[in-house]
Ligand binder design. Structure first.
Ligand SMILES: [Zn+2]
Length: 473
């Protein structure tokens, strides 16, 4: 079995093979940093985290790029409303995004290009498109992409010409364009842009980039730099980005390079909160920091998300979150139990057989278009059966530990360890040193007394060849 993924471009599940194995180039559309990202955004980022981690688990060397949209209509509007310069307004939201990412245990991308720092690449791309005659200057001074010059436009979203016209927003620039479907690559500067500092000089006129242009320019620049490539192995994002954002990214990139822009297009579905679409109006708008402030363990959020396939809508409810929390707790207890279980080496005993079966099932589930709900089902069945085998004093705990570690490298849903405060840590280190000294002088009564003292504060110690280890229980 090899990994197969649903490709929006072909509307089929296809075997995945990168262009230059083991390297996989992955581009994911990042947050627009005008405000805090909500958990709907993070559902997409978590699905991408699962994808990235499973590719790595499968032996691929992933190069992951995620852009930060720090200049677009929304960021400019928000900065102007706050009476700030663009960078001043977006900086705290960039910081918040990274904090939320770490809270949710999302692996950092290898590159986070920022739109405002990638303007030269965008200008070069617009010049290329102008040279090729697929872009033109409109009557309003903005530069537009001529969809009529790109015959395969609409291939990703499969919308026909009529739908494309309906989909294209009717705006004041309607009469400046040759065709209402054409979209702006570069917007001529206006007063608000100047006021917030969102304007750049370009050979074709002072202005600012359109949002779609940002992703094409940044992804092509980054994969050129890291991998001498012009085609991405995988481009991912939320379903709401298929049209027009990704359609426009394809048009700009392919018209410039003459090569396929991305081979696999993956899209994650929406998230509802308590049965309805998330909205400030319905009072069900949730950000990652709301969850963190409520003391929700990120492991529970991750497990909750894994329990619905990424191409199905997910309903985020308090009950589902509580159930996921209980699942996480069960895993934590299982891990504790394994820590204490001895047993012979890998490959022998009842537990080793269970571990092998689980690894096979886990892989088969995720190979099947990242079927995480099935992988989680296999995991909890494994925990149940292994617990039964441990009750019977079966051997092979090492294999179980290894299988669990491997799966956690992908799902990462063990309970978050309780952090100790620095004063407690110092006290623990001091007590462990005192115990070592007592043991060296064979004062075992004193050593036992220190251990009891530590346990009273919830500290469990373990003597290993590398010294005494401790943890909070
Ligand atoms: Zn994008």
């Amino acid at each position: 079995m090899t990994l197969s993924l649903y490709n929006t471009l072909t509307r089929r599940i296809e075997p995945f093979e990168p262009l230059a194995p083991p390297r996989v180039t992955l581009y994911t559309c990042g947050p627009t940093v005008w405000n805090f990202a909500h958990i709907g955004n993070f559902r997409t980022f978590l699905f991408e985290d699962l994808l990235r981690r499973y590719l790595e688990y499968s032996g691929y060397d992933v190069y992951h790029i995620m852009n930060l949209t720090d200049v677009d209509d929304r960021t400019i509007k928000a900065a102007a409303a706050a009476g700030k310069r663009l960078g001043e307004h977006t900086a705290p939201f960039v910081q918040a995004f990274f904090e939320d990412r770490d809270y949710l245990r999302i692996k950092p991308a290898h590159a986070y290009p920022r739109a405002t720092e990638s303007v030269p690449a965008m200008i070069r791309l617009v010049e290329q498109l102008l040279d090729r005659g697929v872009a033109y200057k409109g009557e309003d001074g903005s530069i537009y992409f001529a969809i009529a010059k790109f015959p395969t436009y609409g291939r990703l979203s499969r919308l026909d010409t009529r739908e494309l016209k309906i989909g294209a927003r009717v705006t004041s620039d309607e009469y400046a364009k040759d065709d209402p479907r054409d979209f702006a690559l570069w917007k001529k500067v206006d007063g608000v842009d100047e006021q917030v500092g969102a304007a750049w000089e370009a050979p074709f006129g002072r202005g600012r980039p359109g949002w779609h242009l940002e992703c094409s320019a940044m992804s092509l620049e980054q994969i050129g730099r890291c991998c001498h490539a012009e085609t991405l192995d995988i481009h991912a994002g939320g379903v709401d980005l298929i049209f027009p954002h990704h359609e426009d990214e394809i048009a700009q990139s392919e018209a410039a390079t003459g090569r396929p822009f991305a081979r696999f297009w993956l899209h994650g579905e929406f998230l509802n909160v308590r049965g309805t679409k998330m909205s400030k109006r319905f009072g069900n708008f949730l950000t990652a920091r709301d969850l963190r402030e409520q003391g929700v363990d990120a492991a529970a959020v991750r497990l909750l998300f894994w329990q619905t396939h990424y191409r199905k809508a997910l309903d985020f409810t308090d009950e589902a979150l509580a159930a996921a929390g209980a699942g996480v707790k069960r895993l934590g207890e299982f891990q504790e139990r394994l820590r204490g279980a001895g047993g012979a080496g890998r490959g022998v005993g009842e537990l080793a057989k269970l571990a092998t079966k689980f690894e096979t099932d886990f892989r088969a589930a995720l190979d099947d278009d990242l079927n995480a709900p099935r992988a989680c089902g296999a995991l909890f069945e494994f925990v149940h059966e292994a617990n039964g085998a441990l009750d019977r004093k079966a051997g092979g705990a090492a294999a179980v530990r290894a299988a669990l570690d491997g799966a956690m490298g992908v799902l990462d849903i063990l309970p978050t360890a309780k952090a100790a405060d620095p004063a407690l840590e110092r006290w623990i280190a001091e007590r462990i040193a005192a115990r070592d000294k007592a043991r060296k002088s064979k004062d075992f009564k004193e050593a036992d007394w220190v251990r009891a003292e530590l346990r009273a504060k919830g500290v469990e110690i373990e003597d290993t060849p590398g010294g005494t280890k401790w943890r909070l229980v």
